[in-house]
Design a protein around this ligand. Structure first.
Ligand SMILES: CC(=O)SCCNC(=O)CCNC(=O)[C@H](O)C(C)(C)COP(=O)(O)OP(=O)(O)OC[C@H]1O[C@@H](n2cnc3c(N)ncnc32)[C@H](O)[C@@H]1OP(=O)(O)O
Ligand SMILES: O=C([O-])CC(=O)C(=O)O
Length: 460
């Protein structure tokens, strides 16, 4: 078929197939309650269905009072340590925290000074990509999406591993450590390829510097002149620590457990987790928040007017504007209610940086949305007495923006952090050699008699 004709035929056929797919895949919504399906793996009261045990991360958001859930300010613990205490610890001592927290997540205890030094030097030795990897796997097929480039690179690393299928703890640990060390270079090179081939900018490929922390290396490789300030490196390090882990039930860590439970290799597992994190309802929300704020700035005449802002937020919720998903990004959380402790920390730094950089008006816009959006989300979704708050993705992008980090890097930075948690969860799943994860789906399709092809009617 000639090209023009094919395009018309294709368009009509796809429209038709799309209608059929929509209609034939629809399941009557009342069947979910009839069969007591735990949609989204949630119980009636919104709590997640208990599907596993972990010692890695603990997310706390309510207490039970006479069997009633009472919301409390959110707490996050890594291996039993409160994240606020961990952050205070390394920031007071003026050292970088991400490597130490990675050690804690993987090995279950805080390292001594000597243990940390050995661990840091191991990571530094793992941070160089295989010879020609950047040229062959990243620069030759630049992706418009850095998460896509990252996942593709992770899968490609399988081919450079002499022992990719070995799922012994020793081998998996080494694979995870190598990936943790390599993620900054892969992400930055994917970004450089994107900005050169899709943005017409000069191409910079700086090798990582083994003397620098992981956070410093991101900035060092990202910047054409390799320069960054201590404050920029400290804040990026803090952000990495805050994003490193969130229990076994968050979508990407659960994916890590699910895919690990099949017995597959580390590269397949981490690529799957990356696919999960990229989603706008999960880690991809940090990019969406920035786009949403730009959209609000362009469409709301006076951001300081609560009424005007509320009207626009309502239009976002009713799918009339912005990306028409009906979501106010950066708001709401599967577990937190009154507050997400990470959002509180990031908000604090966002406020300080904004006043230094003359961006207080924009900071106030964020703060207004944080105040105005929750009641609107609650009303729109009939959530009754539920409490909704800003999540980690709400202020993180604003902080990155003030550190001059490009928006395309936001979710990949989340991945650079969260791979520490994924590595720990993969090892925990293997050590405890769980069953293959395989929940049930009830079939609600009516039984059908086979119809020979010449007696069938067209789909309507
Ligand atoms: C790192 C992270 O993953 S943090 C989360 C990042 N994601 C976002 O910021 C996207 C915006 N927020 C959301 O979509 C949701 O709050 C989620 C996905 C984070 C959590 O969703 P749930 O666990 O379903 O939360 P919850 O039970 O409180 O939600 C109840 C209802 O309110 C809706 N809702 C919750 N938050 C929002 C929001 N910000 N905007 C619009 N609707 C919302 C949910 O979609 C859900 O509707 P449904 O019952 O029709 O599915
Ligand atoms: O726990 C969740 O559902 C989402 C998540 O990963 C986080 O907030 O860091």
């Amino acid at each position: 078929m000639e090209n023009g004709k094919f395009l018309k035929f294709e368009e009509k056929l796809l429209d038709n197939l799309c209608n059929i797919a929509q209609k034939r895949n629809y399941i009557k919504q009342d069947l979910y309650s009839k069969y007591d399906v735990k949609r989204g793996l949630r119980d009636q009261d919104g709590r997640g269905v208990l599907v596993g045990l972990t010692e890695i991360g603990d997310v706390h958001s309510y207490i039970l009072d006479e069997n009633e859930m009472v919301p409390v300010p959110g707490r996050l613990r890594y291996r039993g340590y409160d994240v606020n205490d961990l952050v205070r610890g390394f920031m007071t001592d003026k050292r970088f925290g991400f490597e130490e927290i990675t050690y804690l997540l993987l090995f279950g205890g805080l390292p001594t000074k000597g243990e940390l030094e050995e661990f840091v030097s191991l990571l530094a030795n793992y941070q160089r990509l295989p010879e020609e990897f950047a040229r062959d796997m990243i620069l030759k097929a630049p992706s418009k999406d850095i998460m896509n480039g990252l996942a593709r690179s992770v899968l490609a690393l399988y081919s450079y591993d002499d022992n990719p299928e070995d799922t012994s703890i020793r081998n998996v640990l080494q694979q995870c450590l190598k990936l943790i060390a390599l993620f900054p270079s892969i992400v930055v090179y994917c970004f450089q390829a994107f900005s050169h081939y899709h943005g017409n900018k000069s191409l910079y490929i700086h090798s990582p510097n083994p003397q620098l922390s992981l956070a410093e290396n991101i900035l060092y490789m990202l910047r054409p002149d390799m320069q960054y300030t201590p404050l920029e490196a400290d804040l990026l390090d803090l952000a990495l620590v805050l994003h490193a882990e969130h229990g076994g039930g968050n979508n990407s860590s659960f994916v890590t457990h699910v895919v690990t439970s099949t017995g597959t290799d580390t590269y397949s597992v981490i690529a799957s987790a990356l696919g999960s994190l990229k989603g706008p309802r999960h880690g991809g929300a940090n990019i969406k928040v920035i786009q949403m704020i730009e959209d609000i700035k362009a469409n709301v005449g006076n951001w300081e007017d609560d009424e005007e802002l509320t009207n626009y937020l309502s239009k976002i919720l009713s799918k009339d504007t912005f990306d028409k998903s009906g979501l106010i990004y950066g708001v709401g959380h599967a577990i937190y209610s009154i507050s997400d402790p990470r959002a509180l920390i990031l908000k604090d730094y966002a406020g300080k940086l904004a006043s230094e950089k003359g961006l207080s008006k924009e900071y106030n816009l964020y703060a207004s949305i944080e105040r105005l959006a929750p009641p609107l989300v609650i009303a729109k979704n009939n959530l009754g007495s539920k409490v909704v708050c800003a999540n980690v993705d709400f202020y993180s992008g604003f902080v990155y923006k003030m550190l001059n980090i490009p928006v395309e890097m936001f979710t990949p930075i989340f991945a650079i952090a969260r791979i520490s948690g994924w590595g720990a969860h993969r090892i925990e799943e293997i050590v405890n050699s769980g069953k293959i994860i395989r929940p049930a789906y009830k079939s609600v399709a009516p039984r059908q008699q086979y119809i020979p092809i010449n007696q069938r009617n067209c789909a309507k």
